[in-house]
Design a binder for this molecule. Structure first.
Ligand code: GTP
Ligand code: SPV
Ligand code: MN
Length: 611
């Protein structure tokens, strides 16, 4: 479609301005068709950026290798540019909006020379739904267009809903690598150097400006930028929740259904939990979403969640037919692989894929020829697939996708789970005593930093409140208050119950004690029963309700001593945890830290001191 056919005046004007600034060779408005998707893939193949995979094994699939410097989200280059610095808060990088726009405008000047500008109208949430929000992304990356086709609802149908004056979030994106006359990408992933990358958000004007990176959440702007950072601000203003949460449908052996959401930091198990195959007989898990939940109150006073996305951008390493069969099935056709290994027979390979690589040699994510791996794991830094290698797969291809996954009305939520990677202290599962206690516990969540972000903190535990540390578009203290307010205006009986889980406890040898994956169904079953009002399966402890030692049947390989360890309240460990919160975590938020959370902190400390 031609730009001149755009009926929305504001949109047309905004695109015209972008064209004048970025000076692309041509402009295309995306229609969202299969033909267009195929064309985007062909453009990438022609540029040497995509490799078609074995059509017999992986029909319609391609592999991309990014630049080695452009492999994950860049938190240090992510900005919340609110008018007042205090509105961005202590956990975000702030820059004055006018300054940032000036800096970025000079980078954007002429940045699309030699390239096509694609205009992508997209809907987060089912097209036309009350909960959905429309964005329009301008990009010079055909990789981004193809991924947006899978991850969101794209095209003319979105423009139809937008009409002549509908609201949209304008999103600029450029890889930041203009081409000189006759120059081509020739197999080199285009991006800019780290100091020129900017992932910027203007919460007051609801705008997103991204420059210099082509990877994941830096470039697919519907995901973290719109559906979390901008949406969290909209949610605060409008009284709903935009969260970094999976959504799953859980059915017990009697056929009763409950919907559960879970917030874990990046690469801490959301996709896996959302698709798990229960080891407990008679139980069933189906997927509604694997990364983001938007929740609003229904007329019945309950919270209803929708998945604003339409695909999965899932972590590849560690995914295999034992750990996550459903994800393996979801990405075996019409999918995009990024930074995985390539085998001689045109198949993909990654660490812990569960099978050797066919042939003598593989090409690693950096494009180097390597002997075919004999083992499932590689030495750190020498992986065949980058630890943040990803698959992009349509949600509808997932064998366990719930029928209601794209229901505009959403699904009523019974439980919220919070968790992270904690080798010590935090038990397998723990239920909050009340909403406020749950908000307190959510506010102190900690986790080891994973390869999903480029950071020198990888492997260290950091506080990641509500798994939203990198994704909250405003002051985190105000965000805590927003959660407290949601509790205040609701009937406590109708609010989801709040739980904390930790699949990542390690023993003295550094091995995971809990087998995780499908065995997590045992924990889900306990949570289901707790939501149903079962009381004889828990003990009241200083940190909350923990399962009795017999309430969760032990999986193979977990001894009674192991079980006692992961269901124990580590009083000394918790005292240290609380002391750290008091000394290092809460003071960061100053006056904005809600008083009620200090009251909870005092109360838990007192209970621990008495224990
Ligand atoms: P993002 O897409 O970055 O938000 O990640 P995510 O939270 O969806 O994490 P995902 O489910 O992709 O899991 C990340 C990594 O953790 C993968 O390598 C998984 O194999 C591993 N993992 C997931 N669940 C478990 C579990 O229960 N136990 C253990 N030990 N590892 C797990
Ligand atoms: C995450 O980092 O939480 C992701 C991947 O889900 S990205 O889309 O890159 O943010
Ligand atoms: Mn995520």
């Amino acid at each position: 479609m031609n730009v001149n056919e755009l009926k929305h005046k504001g949109l047309k004007k905004w695109v015209d301005e972008a064209v004048a600034l970025m000076t692309p060779d041509s402009v295309e408005v995306c229609d969202g068709s299969q033909t267009e998707y195929n064309h985007m893939i062909m453009v990438n193949i022609a540029a040497g950026l995509a490799t078609p995979l074995n059509a017999g094994k992986l029909p319609g699939c391609v592999l991309f290798r990014s630049d080695p410097s452009d492999v994950a989200r860049v938190e240090d280059r992510t900005f919340i540019a609110s008018e007042k610095e205090s509105d961005a808060g202590p956990t975000n990088h702030w820059t004055a909006p006018a300054d940032l726009k000036q800096t970025m405008s000079s980078l954007y000047k002429g940045c699309m020379k030699g390239r096509t500008m694609y205009v992508i109208p997209f809907s987060m949430g089912p097209v036309g739904s009350d909960i959905a929000k429309i964005g329009v992304e301008i990009t010079d990356s055909a990789y981004v267009v193809a991924n947006m086709h899978i991850m969101t609802r794209v095209g003319t149908k979105v423009l139809d809903v937008l009409g002549q004056d509908g609201f949209f979030v304008p999103c600029y994106h450029s890889v930041g690598k203009p081409l000189a006359e006759g120059q081509k990408d020739s197999g080199v992933w285009p991006c800019a150097s780290m100091d020129k990358k900017y992932i910027s958000h203007f919460p007051e004007t609801r705008e997103i400006w991204s420059y210099g990176s082509g990877y994941g959440g830096n470039a697919l702007l519907g995901k973290k930028c719109l559906a979390l950072r901008i949406a969290s601000v909209l949610a605060r203003d409008e009284g709903w929740l935009a969260e970094h949460m999976l959504i799953l449908k859980l059915t017990n052996p009697k056929g009763e259904v409950k919907y559960v959401t879970g917030a874990f930091p990046s690469a801490c198990g959301k996709t896996n939990l959302a698709m798990l195959i229960p080891t407990l007989p008679g139980w069933k898990v189906e997927t509604v979403g694997d990364d983001i939940a938007w929740m609003k109150f229904g007329k019945d006073g309950r919270l209803y969640a929708i998945n604003p996305e339409a695909g999965f951008f899932g972590v590849a390493p560690g995914t295999n037919y034992d750990s996550n069969k459903n994800a393996m099935e979801a990405c075996k056709k019409n999918s995009i692989f990024t930074n995985c290994g390539l085998t001689e027979d045109g198949d993909i390979w990654w660490e812990m894929i569960g099978q050797g690589a066919a042939g003598q040699e593989v090409i690693d994510w950096k494009g180097n020829l390597r002997p075919s791996p004999l083992k499932d794991k590689s030495l750190k830094g020498q992986e065949i697939a980058h630890p943040n290698a990803r698959f992009t797969a349509p949600a509808r291809q997932c064998p366990c996708i719930a029928d209601e996954w794209d229901d505009p009305a959403g699904v009523p939520i019974s439980a919220f789970l919070f968790g992270g990677r904690r080798p010590k202290t935090i038990p397998l599962v723990n239920q909050a005593k009340s909403w406020v206690h749950g908000v307190f516990m959510g506010s102190i969540v900690g986790s080891e930093v994973t390869a999903a972000v480029i950071s020198d903190q990888v492997g260290q535990v950091r506080r990641d409140p509500f798994a939203m540390l990198p994704f909250c578009g405003y002051h985190m203290g105000d965000y805590f208050q927003h959660w407290l307010n949601i509790g205040k205006k609701s009937d406590p009986e109708k609010l989801p119950k709040i739980f904390f889980v930790n699949w990542f406890r390690k023993n003295a040898e550094g091995k995971f004690i809990w087998p995780g994956y499908g065995e997590n169904s045992r924990v889900l079953a306990w949570i289901f029963d707790r939501c149903n009002g079962v009381t004889d399966n828990a003990v009241d402890t200083p940190i909350g309700f923990l399962p009795t030692i017999s309430a969760i049947a032990r999986p193979d390989g977990v001894s009674e001593a192991d079980m006692k360890e992961i269901l124990n309240v580590d009083i000394e460990g918790w005292k240290a945890e609380i002391a750290d919160v008091r000394k290092n975590h809460y003071p960061k938020f100053g006056d904005k830290l809600p008083k009620e959370l200090y009251t909870e902190l005092d109360a838990i400390e007192e209970r621990l001191n008495k224990a």
